[in-house]
Design a protein around this ligand. Structure first.
Ligand code: ADP
Ligand code: MG
Length: 149
């Protein structure tokens, strides 16, 4: 089994219910606090709820990504809107053990993880000792972003 971390986000419909349902479908045994965050990358849309989930998985990285996309579809996500635009649910594979993957359609650690406080903070909450491969300790990344803010 590999320990993986998944980012959960929602800014349409029953945001909290959707995040809790997604965490349950993931079989996550630990969910961070759910926080409200300002939209990023696309203006004029409702605020998001974001959280991170920790799970132990027997799936390979690709299989886990497929599983995430399947859960998104099951929870009513459609992909006809703009990039970074409003969505019922967004599940991102943030970390898969200490593995680094750079393939078409799958990048791990998630490509925008190290620049997003709303992803780093819930990860820190779940595991303050996490090391983000290619970037560094999660606590140091958070302090770096905070000092720029
Ligand atoms: P975003 O999460 O960046 O707002 P999407 O959820 O629409 O965008 O994801 C688009 C595609 O990103 C997915 O279909 C998937 O193939 C690809 N992708 C690459 N790496 C990852 C990852 N680590 N986690 C989730 N999706 C990923
Ligand atoms: Mg996504």
């Amino acid at each position: 089994m590999v320990r993986a971390y998944v980012g959960l986000g929602s800014n349409l419909g029953d945001r909290e219910g959707t995040i809790l349902a997604a965490a349950e479908r993931l079989g996550s045994h630990r969910l961070s606090r759910i926080r409200e965050t300002e939209p990023w990358g696309y203006p004029d849309q409702p605020w998001f709820l974001n959280a991170a989930a920790e799970l132990e998985t027997g799936l390979a990285p690709r299989e886990l990504l497929e599983h995430l996309l399947e859960i998104e579809r099951g929870l009513g996500r459609t992909r006809n809107g703009p990039r970074y635009g409003p969505r019922m649910v967004d599940l991102d594979l943030l970390l898969y053990g200490d593995l680094v993957v750079a393939e078409p359609g799958l990048t791990v650690p998630h490509p925008r993880l190290a620049e997003r406080l709303f992803v780093l903070e819930p990860l820190f909450e779940l595991n303050a000792g996490l090391f983000i491969p290619g970037h560094g300790p999660v606590g140091a990344l958070i302090r770096g972003l905070q000092s720029k803010a």
